[in-house]
Write a protein that binds this ligand. Structure first.
Ligand code: HEM
Length: 244
């Protein structure tokens, strides 16, 4: 395995396989987020029920949030291997290049530049995103633990959060469109007869992921999704304010 990782094709394969895992997560995350479109109705918003279900998954075999932590570990491992592989391949490529060919004259180099830039910006977005909705550290708008609908509703009343998420989704689109095509090539699944179909497939999958994610901020911001009930803590505070 270590020998395989050291070879160029080994690194490319690791980058492709971890990329596939991350695309798989993106699809699941996008579908999970679509639970927000059911609105705040019922005893609890459907997206909150879904977030709770994710934490209870695997109980009692696994402890509370056990499955979630396994997924988090796989994601973190995949991100680290993906980035390390890409950076090492980039250096290897540069070292192997004769000095008389500047980087910009090599074919496909603009594409790898786009992948690098979009990848770095995406990594920054993911850190910001986790600090906002998972650890609730970026609390510019009201946030409550395990009140996903409430948190999303409040964040996406602000145009600048809608803008940040839509820009991130454009970056995801660019990164995925190129990435899916490269991983198909690395895994040796391309062939002249299939390439046209594969390119259409990559574009379609990218569009489905980007539009699926984008619906959530857009529908909250345009007011098509109703305001949630204030969480119990807020109601108590309001009642306290009225009587106090
Ligand atoms: C409009 C787009 C998005 C929305 C509305 C959204 C929403 C959320 C929310 C509400 C959470 C917290 C879930 C919970 O507490 O159960 C979350 C977590 C997360 N999101 Fe997103 N997300 C979006 C796009 C993305 C994208 C594009 C990525 C990756 C590139 C991503 C990666 C993550 C990760 C890694 C977590 C942490 C999961 C965990 O450890 O529990 N999200 N997202």
């Amino acid at each position: 395995m270590v020998e395989f990782w050291r070879s160029t094709i080994g690194k490319k394969t690791f980058v492709a396989v971890t990329g596939t895992i991350l695309v798989g997560y993106l699809i699941l995350h996008m579908v999970g987020n679509l639970n927000s479109l059911f609105g705040p109705t019922g005893a609890e918003p459907r997206v909150d029920w879904y977030a709770g279900w994710l934490r209870e998954l695997g109980e009692p075999l696994l402890p509370f949030a056990g499955a979630l932590w396994i997924v988090r570990a796989i994601l973190l491992g995949s991100v680290i291997i993906h980035i390390t592989g890409v950076v090492q391949l980039r250096f290897r490529n540069r070292d192997a290049r004769p000095a008389r060919y500047p980087a910009r004259k090599i074919g496909r180099s603009w594409e790898s530049g786009v992948m690098m830039t979009s990848g770095i910006l995406l990594a920054a977005f993911i850190v910001f995103h986790i600090l906002q909705f998972t650890t609730l550290t970026v609390d510019v708008t009201p946030l409550h633990h395990e009140q996903v609908y409430f948190n999303l509703y409040n964040a996406f009343q602000e145009w600048y959060f809608v803008a940040i998420y839509l820009v991130a989704l454009i970056l995801i689109g660019v990164h995925l469109r190129h990435g899916i095509w490269s991983l198909v090539q690395t895994l040796g699944l391309d062939s002249p007869a299939r390439n046209r179909g594969i390119r259409y497939g990559a574009t379609t999958l990218t569009l489905v992921i980007v539009v699926g994610f984008a619906l959530v901020p857009i529908l909250f911001w345009t007011g098509l999704l109703d305001a949630p009930e204030p969480p119990a803590a807020t109601i108590t505070a309001i009642a306290g304010g009225l009587t106090g």
